[in-house]
Write a protein that binds this ligand. Structure first.
Ligand code: NAG
Ligand code: NAG
Ligand code: NAG
Ligand code: NAG
Length: 391
């Protein structure tokens, strides 16, 4: 277990009472019992994370994508890279069965297909080359710990955000050339309180001694791949306004909701005014803004494909030193026939979805800068992730 040394400090914090008296000893049987205890604590956290993180199935099947960032020089700027991501990452196991098992918390809500955007777990997607996650956070039932939601859908009742971060730290220990970008957003439709205690808890999770080792500590600007390797970089899609005074530490890229135009095809978001750093974002999630109801599946997918490729073309040709983020994903639209995130991504019958159409588009633009591309159901079209990266 070569991942233990970096994680040990936290486990010692967790088990301070138990471990401190023994930590003085040099007796090897004591240190081997520490290692065993640490392993068990790590397993316990991993089990609690699993409904959202999934389990790490190793790299054997994914030799091309598992450590793809290792081939890029450390001096590469993150804004120059093509980074595949997943939209609404934590929904990957949200089926009608999962929903039924959580109904005592949520009450009756619309079918799972409206909320579900992924089907591979976070750890599997890391091995498959995904490096950016869209995490929607709100209170777990009881309003005490922080967990994962997509609108009204609670995704796991007892998994805490810090459990999932732990799983990511462990993965990074095994993949030290890789960098993960994490977008965190308070999930509004969840019906949970967005109070100062929520932000204080989130602040404390992100500022724990362990988190400080694993999150890039630079504030307000993206650096190089070398600086981000082995770490998480925080893209902050929430405001710290409700934080109690005194909690001043910042190490994030502020993409705050007040400047994130709703349903924008090319949002121009200044995240660092002194350095004139801008994020250009395509977040046209609701294609019904352009398309009359009843126009059919192909028309919706066309509108989304146009918005995505128009933005990717800009990423390839303009503002080479600025950040580009493209949501190639889409939200549910109530129509006949209905449009689910899966139908947008993969089409239906003979109508191709975003992912089938993006694959040749990306391949024919190989070598160009696209920036970050967030996908739904990325795994269902083989080689799509490779085409984003440019492998
Ligand atoms: C995925 O959901 C199913 C159905 O609710 C559940 O049985 C299974 O344990 C879940 N998988 C994980 C990794 O939590
Ligand atoms: C959690 O917050 C919700 C929304 O404000 C409230 O309805 C619920 O009663 C709270 N639950 C607990 C255990 O405080
Ligand atoms: C962090 O960076 C942001 C964006 O550049 C800036 O507005 C803020 O003042 C910085 N905060 C601290 C504590 O340095
Ligand atoms: C998408 O772009 C194509 C080609 O430019 C155009 O023919 C079509 O009308 C556009 N569709 C929508 C829905 O914008």
């Amino acid at each position: 277990m070569h991942t233990l040394p970096r994680l040990l400090p936290l486990i010692l914090v967790i088990g301070t009472q138990l471990l401190e008296p023994m930590a003085q000893s040099t007796d090897s049987s004591v240190s081997s019992s520490h290692a065993y205890l640490a392993q068990q604590a790590l397993k316990d956290i991993g089990d609690r994370a699993a409904p959202i993180s999934g389990v790490d199935d190793g790299c054997v099947r994914y030799s091309k994508t598992c450590d793809w960032m290792g081939k890029f020089p450390g001096k590469t700027k993150l804004v120059h890279m093509n980074i595949p991501g997943t939209h609404d990452t934590a929904t990957w196991n949200y089926s009608d069965a999962t929903q039924a098992s959580l109904i005592r918390y949520t009450g009756p809500i619309p079918p799972a297909r409206m909320y579900r955007c992924q089907e591979h777990s976070i750890l599997q997607s890391l091995n498959e080359g995904i490096r950016m996650f869209d995490l929607r956070v709100a209170y777990n039932p009881g309003n005490d710990t922080l967990g994962f939601h997509h609108s009204q859908a609670l995704l796991a009742p007892t998994t805490r955000v810090e459990d999932v971060f732990f799983a990511l730290y462990k993965w990074l220990d095994s993949h030290p050339t890789e960098a993960i970008l994490a977008s965190i957003k308070y999930e509004g439709g969840s019906g949970t309180p967005e109070d100062s205690a929520f932000y204080e808890k989130l602040y404390n999770v992100l500022n724990s001694p362990l988190a400080q080792k694993y999150w890039v500590q630079t504030n307000g600007t993206l650096g190089t791949l070398g600086e981000a390797r082995g770490k998480l970089t925080l893209l902050r899609r929430f405001s710290w306004d409700k934080l109690p005074v005194g909690l001043e530490k910042r190490f994030d890229i502020p993409l705050t909701p007040d400047v994130w135009t709703d349903n924008g095809k090319n949002i121009e978001l200044v995240y660092n005014a002194p350095l004139k750093q801008v994020a250009y974002i395509e977040d046209f999630y609701d294609a019904s803004a352009d398309i009359a109801k009843g126009s059919g599946t192909a028309a919706y997918i066309d509108a989304k494909f146009n918005a995505t490729t128009a933005h990717l073309t800009q990423a390839a040709t303009k503002n080479p030193d600025q950040l580009y983020i493209n949501f190639a994903s889409a939200a549910y639209i109530s129509d006949t026939p209905e449009m689910t995130p899966q139908i947008f991504a993969l089409g239906v019958d003979t109508t191709q979805g975003m992912n089938q159409r993006l694959l040749p588009w990306l391949q024919s633009h190989k070598g160009q800068r696209f920036g970050i591309i967030l996908l739904d159901f990325y795994d269902a079209v083989p080689n799509l992730v490779e085409a984003v990266i440019g492998l």
